[in-house]
Unconditional design. Sequence first.
Length: 394
Amino acid sequence: MTLHRSIVRLLINEPMPLAYLQAATSVSLPTLRKAVQELLDSGWIRVVGQSEANGGRPAMLFGLDDRFYLVIGVHFQLPGIRLITSDLAGQVLDESEMFGQVVPSPGDVVNAIAAYVTRIQATYRDRPLLGIGIATPGFTDPDTGDILTIGRVPGWQNFPVCRRLQASTRLPVYAANDVDCMAFAEFQHTNESHEQNLAYVGFDEGVKVSLFFGGKLYKGSLGNPGLIASSLLHVDGVDDRHEVHELLTIVGLNQMFERRMEGLNETERQAYLPVLAASPRQRVPLILMGAVERLPVCREMAQKLIQALSAAVANVIYFVQPDIIVMGGVLSLMPGELFTDLRMAIAAQLPTLMDNHVIIQQARLSSPNSAALGATQHFLQSYLTDAFVVVPQL
């Protein structure tokens, strides 16, 4: 990897002064200054502030330049997809949702993304588009990004998504697991220490745990380790295995809620009208808020969800023994009162030694764009380390 690429990669996570860059790259100061100036001139980095002074003149902080290059991030939510365009600093300049509650075919998705690329290139004519990052559920090839299978979605097997999009858009494309992408976005947002063993629990259409050991993501051979199999969970108070499965997916929670609504009369349903009017994704945080407001159906569902999640997370802690667990995805929107209940339910299933050691946190990045944002960060890291890709000015 060239010095220029190394500098840009270092600045993806946080701004740095020249002294930190020199320590990280182990090159002479004149060589580093020359490379930094070339990156400033080419629109990759800029001065973003000053470091704290230690008795002398404050040093300049260098960060990624947010005024020139663009990256597209795509989250295959399935149903639906979400697309964003961001600058190098992670600021979202454009966002779009497509297909609603429909599960599109792979071919339809490729065509939709290609059309979105064309629109963005026309809108931002003076800003080069570097490429596309994909956040996808299911099993993927860790080397190529090909989708091996998405179990819940028929037709999404053995699909070379990166190659198809590269052929359609003539842009580099890199894919990663969607919960891993949520974790990338969260840990960049919070600047979490990578020296610790971290676990990120992502709740979306299922529950997956992304594992970071000593700062490195564990990918496994099929690109999707850390899956929580609802069929193998024993949940106190929930004897029906199908109900456990429903509790741990957005689609399932919606189906459960709709069944409960069918059992209410018109007067009883009045209190739930705002929840019923929301889209399936917006409905889940509203159900959780309804639990805090003591709406009976919402309260019952939230209590069962907490029981199911606590069993899953306690098992992860037993098996992995992480230093920190971050609860994200939809769980980033869980009201504080319920998150306290969840944390206590997890602790109740742990021995004192493990409970005292692990720190359980709620994700601080609560955005519908988190997976797509993480996909742009994964794109940049992969793009800058790919020896077969010509990177502009690098």
